[in-house]
Design a protein around this ligand. Structure first.
Ligand code: NAD
Length: 272
């Protein structure tokens, strides 16, 4: 087991809602590996109060920010830099929300106002976060920004609905901003494309339980857990991954490159 991989590093973690959240597990790992962190979430999520437990476990302040609000983001970065007494080394963007999914609208019948909101919260927010940091020169050289994505950005998963479009946009923003931030400050920007995972956001997708079982059977290693995703984030925040940028990195037990598995074929076959 490695120790102190993030010693001396300072990071902002978006999106820890409850202990199932990928961001929650990542906050714990980063803290264990010696990082100092600031936790942030939307005011409505903070009112649930769960995050205070995580704050206590990790010695982190909690600063509310709606990720679609530029003033909130500016305040978040300012207060975080004051708290740390300097720049930020890593950021986790672990945010997703679909209004059309939540309200049961089919993809072919989407409400475009809700869709705008979905794209803003789930994808443009990465641009907003990066832009805020860029304008304030808030991220250290070789800093690392990671956002979480899903393979519906490349392949069709019908029930993932408008979130597929949001993830495609998110991954592209990571590449485009990653280019500019790399040139200017050697800041790295990547997305991790994670296996389906039982969390509040994940469970909002129709037929999620059946789908998670299917993905488990399709992946040679099985589905990657939230905890393993947290390990991967920690690695990407560390100096061991300094030349990885502008990538969409599959963290899915091999799902993305498996055409079909024997386990899945076995459930279809009528052979004796
Ligand atoms: N769970 C899965 O199956 C799965 C798979 C691949 C990728 N992901 C992605 O992982 C990320 C984290 O999701 P999770 O599964 O841990 O679920 P989660 O529900 O625990 O986290 C989603 C977070 O987004 C936050 N959020 C929503 N609107 C916001 C706003 N306006 N401002 C700030 N924060 C806001 C929520 O408060 C919540 O903390 C998301 O991007 C999700 O799409 C999840």
């Amino acid at each position: 087991m490695v120790n102190n991989l993030l010693a001396g590093k300072k990071g902002i973690i978006f999106g820890a809602l409850d202990e199932k959240s990928i961001a929650w597990k990542t906050a714990i790992k980063c803290h264990e590996q010696g990082a100092q962190i600031v936790l942030t979430n939307a005011p409505v999520a903070l009112r649930m109060g769960e995050i205070n437990k995580l704050a206590e476990m990790t010695g982190a302040p909690v600063i509310g920010a709606d990720v679609t609000n530029m003033d909130d983001l500016k305040k978040l970065f300012e207060e975080s830099m004051n708290h740390f007494g300097g720049k930020i080394d890593f950021v986790l963007h672990s945010i997703g929300m679909s209004l059309n999914v939540r309200k049961g609208k089919h993809y072919t019948d989407m409400n475009y106002e809700w869709n705008q909101k979905t794209l803003d919260i789930s994808a443009m927010s990465l641009h907003r976060v990066l832009r805020t940091a860029w304008d304030m020169d808030a991220i250290s050289e070789w800093g690392s920004v990671v956002a979480l994505s899903y393979i519906a950005a490349q392949r069709v998963f019908p029930d993932y609905n408008e979130m597929a479009d949001a993830k495609a946009l998110l991954e592209n923003i990571a590449r485009s901003f990653g280019y500019h931030y790399g040139v200017r400050n050697k800041v790295r920007v990547n997305t991790i494309s994670q296996s389906p995972t039982r969390t509040t956001a994940g469970s909002g997708v129709k037929g999620f339980d059946a789908f998670i079982d299917y993905a488990e059977k399709m992946s040679p290693l099985g589905n990657a857990s939230a905890e393993d995703c947290a390990n991967y984030c920690t690695f990407l925040f560390s100096d061991l991954s300094r030349y990885i940028t502008m990538q969409n990195l599959f963290h899915d037990g091999g799902f993305s490159f498996t055409g079909v598995s024997e386990a899945v074929i076995g459930t279809m076959s009528n052979d004796e």
